[in-house]
Design a protein around this ligand. Structure first.
Ligand code: SAM
Length: 432
């Protein structure tokens, strides 16, 4: 029976999970499956959803190929839809079965638009369509639309990238990747979570460092836990008064990726005053002597994987112990709106360790982090006031170093909390 189009509904089983979670591999395979079958590419759009799954479609001159994957089940559902006689969708079927390393596939072919049920009408649009078919291939401008997406059940943030992956390694701790985004420059991700982008990293790194540095009376030794991209070290080392910065990063691959592909962020990782240790920050802090540091910055990932132990009372108790008498601890303390429970729990934990009035919260605006509003904690062992600093000295430093976010007014303003954030911090967490 002759028809306008052939539609093959495909199921691929027991595919390799990693391949089904790899948006770059999937986009390339789908496009190649189309060209192998004799189709002409028009454009494509692909999204990766963290932590799992890819959806995408390749539009071809002869219709489209579409996919959705469930890496956790090793399963991919694919639609292969072609019109005309020049493209054989079964070639695409065979190609993708191999590309996803499926143990087997099943497929059902449907004919779409049965000719004996259709009445062809004479409309001018048909003429236009014929003209389009006569266009040379060179005239068809192909476009790619490929997206990295970080999401939970309710919120997603997507960044469009070139479709090329600059770096990908599975370390013993996490999957480290670097992409090239159109709006934010290069992007570092760990296990599919955004760590930093070239174009907005300065907010996080300037705010996590200069606030403690300008409020501590005489900081000489600083410790960074995590911070493998190097941004925190770069900002600390702008302060000539510091004698040593120790950075303890668990994952060498993050440092390698940053050194190679994020040179503006990692620029101070070979600085003479930096001691870089590749080891677990928890172990380092446990074994560190008392009164060793003026400032400790916990520049960690979210509390999953290797950083889970960095969000415990035991860890912060050791940080308190290794701080000198006037020491300051700064941590990235997540998004009050997005990670509300963790945000509340960690502040309540710091207050138990440092004292009720010794812990402060400040905020910064980071477009590529969930909700855009990010919080930092400022905990002091002695009597330091986080709002007391020499604004003349700050402004001089801002100018000399051409800082992009931090300045004396921002320092003041960052501690002004929206009511909902202040309420979250006032809530009694006993029994939560
Ligand atoms: N700005 C970032 C954010 O919040 O999205 C944090 C970036 S930084 C890359 C976080 C680093 O913490 C990662 O490189 C990760 O390997 C490191 N890390 C996680 N757990 C750690 C641990 N137990 N000890 C030392 N470093 C750790």
């Amino acid at each position: 029976m002759s028809a306008l189009g052939r539609h093959i509904l495909v199921e691929y089983y027991n595919c390799k999970a990693d391949l089904l979670n790899d948006v770059v591999h999937i986009e390339k395979s789908m496009e190649q499956a189309a060209t192998e079958a004799g189709a002409t590419l028009i454009n494509s759009t692909f999204h990766h959803f963290s932590p799992y799954g890819v959806s995408g479609v390749v539009v071809i001159q002869e219709s489209h190929l579409a996919i959705h994957t469930w890496p956790e089940y090793g399963f991919a559902a694919v639609d292969l839809f072609t019109c005309g006689d020049t493209v054989d969708p079964w070639v695409s079927y065979q190609f993708l079965e191999k590309a996803f390393e499926a143990s087997h596939g099943s497929a059902m072919e449907m004919r779409r638009g049965h000719m004996d049920l259709l009445n062809k009408q004479e409309i001018t649009a048909n003429l236009k369509r014929d003209n389009i078919h006569e266009q040379t291939l060179a005239e068809i401008k192909r476009s790619r639309d490929i997206w990295f997406t970080e999401r939970d059940e309710n919120i997603a943030l997507s960044l469009k990238h070139t479709g090329e992956r600059l770096f990908q390694e599975q370390s013993p701790y996490q999957k480290v990747e670097v992409f090239d985004t159109h709006a934010y420059g290069r992007l570092l991700t760990l296990d599919g979570m955004i760590m930093c982008t070239e174009k907005d990293e300065y907010v996080y790194h300037e705010m996590i460092t200069h606030i403690p540095m300008f409020t501590h009376p005489n900081p000489k030794r600083a410790l960074i836990i995590g911070g493998g991209d190097g941004g925190t070290a770069r900002e600390l080392l702008r302060h000539e008064s510091l004698e040593e910065v120790v950075m303890v990063e668990i994952d060498e691959k993050v440092v390698d990726a940053s050194k190679k592909f994020l040179p503006t962020i990692s620029s101070a990782l070979n600085h003479a005053k930096l001691t870089l240790k590749i080891e677990d920050g928890i172990k380092y802090v446990n074994e560190c002597q008392d009164d060793a540091f003026d400032i400790v910055i916990v520049d960690s990932t979210d509390p999953v994987g290797p950083s889970e132990g960095l969000f415990t009372k035991d860890f912060y108790t050791h940080v308190h112990r290794i701080l000198k008498d006037e020491g300051v601890m700064i941590t990235q303390s997540e998004s009050p709106r997005f990670n509300t429970k963790v945000f509340q729990e960690i502040f309540s934990c710091y207050k138990e360790i440092f004292g009720q009035n010794q812990v402060h919260c400040y905020l910064a605006y980071i477009p590529t982090y969930p909700t855009g509003m990010w919080s930092f904690s400022y905990s002091v062992k002695g009597q330091i006031n986080p709002l007391k600093f020499d604004s003349g000295r700050v402004q001089e430093f801002v100018k000399t170093n051409n800082l992009q976010y931090y300045n004396a007014s921002i320092h003041q303003a960052a501690f002004a909390l929206p009511n909902f954030v202040a309420h979250l911090l006032e809530e009694d967490l006993v029994g939560v």
